[in-house]
Design a protein around this ligand. Sequence first.
Ligand SMILES: *Cc1c(COP(=O)(O)O)cnc(C)c1O
Length: 390
Amino acid sequence: MSIIATGLAVFALYSQAQTGYRARLMSKPQAKPWISAIHAYVPGKSKSASGKPLTKLSANENPLGASPAALAALSQGHNPADYPDPDARTLREAIAAVHGLDADRIVCGTGSGELLHCAVQALASVGDEVLASRYSFSLYPLLAQKVGATAVFADDDGCAASVDKLLAAVTPATRVVLLDNPNNPVGSYLPPDEVERLHAGLPGNVLLIVDEAYGEYVDPAHQHAAFDLAAACENVLVSRTFSKAYGLASERVGWVTGAPHLIDLVNRLRGAFNVSVSGQKAALAALGDQAFVAASREHNTAERARLADAIAALGNHGLSTSPSEANFLLVHFAGEVTATQAVEALSEAGYAVRHLPSQGLPNALRITIGKTDDMTRVIATLRTLCGEAA
Ligand SMILES: *Cc1c(COP(=O)(O)O)cnc(C)c1O
């Protein structure tokens, strides 16, 4: 009897547990609504619709590759069992020496992207606003959405950022203003006095992030201005990356500089060993080869001008470009030839470019400045598409 009763009791407990287990199987963890609303970052394409590999002119990578010094450092090898220096001290000191900065006011990150996330996370959350210009880096809305804040976009001025319109869009809820300078995807550039005017018009509690991912491509005479602002002010961070002019996108190394309290915030939020041993080594070696950076800038300036001239010559077919200080050109299509047709023709010719309808630019393509031969072929393809002799 008691054996039967015990058996029944055990069975009852067992089936109860089964029911609970099944109920738990049917439900699942529920994301925060602002996380569910995120569309993950879409990287530049490297394949055609049919899967054919293409030469990438879609991710603003350096067509000259990386400095031989960086390649040599990468080939040295290291013990993969050891963690990297968590503070990237040697690298920070080298960055400080090259740019005349204080190493204690620098944090390195897994690309500059990690540090942008940290800065926004430190200052903004639900109910707050993160402000950028209408056509800005496609990562920016994600930075706001990840923390439940609202991404707000100020109207542009002929696609470029407008200081007046950005200032007019500041509200009591604004916590961070993101300015990519030069801008991506337009390539537009606010000179130092305009960035200073933007900063001067912001309340002191609003952080201005000047994202200089393409900073090495601008006139060297202007390259230190944002650093001076960050050194003098309590609410400015400047970010740089090794992904573009240094040609080290695969190593994922970036950095920010700013006031000590801002550096402290980013340090609390960044990953503990966020820059790999190879990333630290390659970036350190690359910094020592400023001739490579200068050569990258010169190649870019010359080829960007050649592409811009070739597109201006197709103006009667509705093609034009936005002025660019970056390593790409935004090409507009306002005539019989459409951006979609150009994507297809360039893909047919072996090139991936960036079509950005999701960023409100259905009639424009962002074309990275590539190797000289590739640019010659891109120009010929666009000319043929317009019915002109290649
Ligand atoms: C490419 C790019 C970056 C660089 O990102 P990393 O994470 O450093 O590779 C940052 N900002 C803008 C505007 C960019 O275009």
